[in-house]
Structures are given as C-alpha cells and as structure tokens.
Design a protein around this ligand. Structure first.
Ligand SMILES: [Cu+2]
Length: 182
C-alpha cells in the first residue's frame, strides 16, 4: 500500500496499530511532556524569562507617562550623536518608564543597587526587542501594550539595552542605557 493510493482496507481505523508505531507515539508524547514541563521549570530557575504583566495603552498615553517621569527626575543629560538624552533617576520602588521607537530607547535610567523598581516598557511605533546586556533579560515590546517587570539590580555598573527585533534600516543603532549605582 502506498500513501497516494486509497487504502485497500476501507475501514483502516479498525486495523490494530503496529507495535513500533505505538513505541514512537509513546516516545513523542513523553518528549512533548518533558518540553512542556521545561517551560515552568525554566521560568523559575532560568533567571531570564521574567514574570511580566501587560496592560493596554496607547502611544499617546504612554509617551505622556514617560514625559512626566523625565520632567520630574532627570539628573543629567548624556549626548548620543547629536542628541542629548536625559538620564533619569526615579525614587526607589516607583514606576519607571522606557519607551522604544525608531531608533532609540528613551530615556536612560539610573537605579540604586538592591532597590526594586517597576519597569514599564512599550513602543511608540512597532515591535522592538528589549535585550538587557550583559545579563540577557529579553522582552518583546509591542505598541498598544505596556509590559511591566519588577527589577531589582544586584550588581552596579552600566547596562546596555539592545534592540533584538529587526526594526528597520538603523535597527543596529537602537541602543539604550541603564546605570546602577551603589
Ligand atoms: Cu528596534
């Protein structure tokens, strides 16, 4: 019997399944369950896939929240090319905002080591990837949604945000910064 011909036995589903086929089905199912279990296990022990919350927003609403924070808590500016980007140090425990757009992450943030912040992320145009280096935290950032993670930096230093979702001709220049002070 070949696959391109109709089955010789019309009621083929009553034919007993061969032993080898049962073994393969059992193996495939076992592997599926292992892969399925890896998702929660990796979430808890992998330290990369953070628990996040997501809320509906709009680019206009989100930009207004970012602006309000920048106006209140900017401590200095840093020049990047021809732009002066604000470096914002919001109080510990507060809601802090970064927006992604073509082609930058705005603004730069400064955190205190050991303190927690609720970090909000959204995009003003289209999809970007928030990748925090060198610690490798990855989140997809989409317009109309606000992704929120609780972040508690445990090392001080300078962390670079890279866009890891291809977003156009200057995608590779889409960088941001988070500073962590002692
Ligand atoms: Cu991007």
């Amino acid at each position: 019997m070949s696959a391109i011909l109709p089955p010789s036995e019309q009621v083929w589903w009553k034919t007993p399944v061969g032993k080898e086929e049962i073994v393969w089905i059992a193996l495939a199912l076992t592997w599926c369950l292992i892969m399925f279990a890896m998702m929660p296990i990796w979430h808890v022990y992998g330290k990369q896939n953070l628990s996040n919350e997501a809320y509906k927003t709009t680019p206009v609403q989100y930009e207004a929240k970012v602006k309000a924070m920048v106006e209140q808590h900017t401590i200095r500016t840093q020049s990047v090319g021809e732009m002066d980007v604000p470096v914002v140090a919001p109080p510990a425990g507060s809601d802090v905002y970064i927006l992604g757009r073509l082609w930058s992450w705005y603004p730069m943030l400064e955190f205190k080591k050991g303190e927690s912040y609720r970090l909000h992320l959204s995009s003003l145009d289209w999809q970007h990837g928030f990748s925090l280096q060198p610690i490798n935290i990855n989140l997809q950032i989409v317009p109309e949604y606000e992704t929120v993670i609780t972040i508690t930096p445990d090392t001080s230093g300078e962390f670079t945000i890279v866009c890891n979702e291809y977003c156009g001709i200057l995608h590779h220049t889409m960088l941001g910064k988070i500073y962590v002070t002692e």
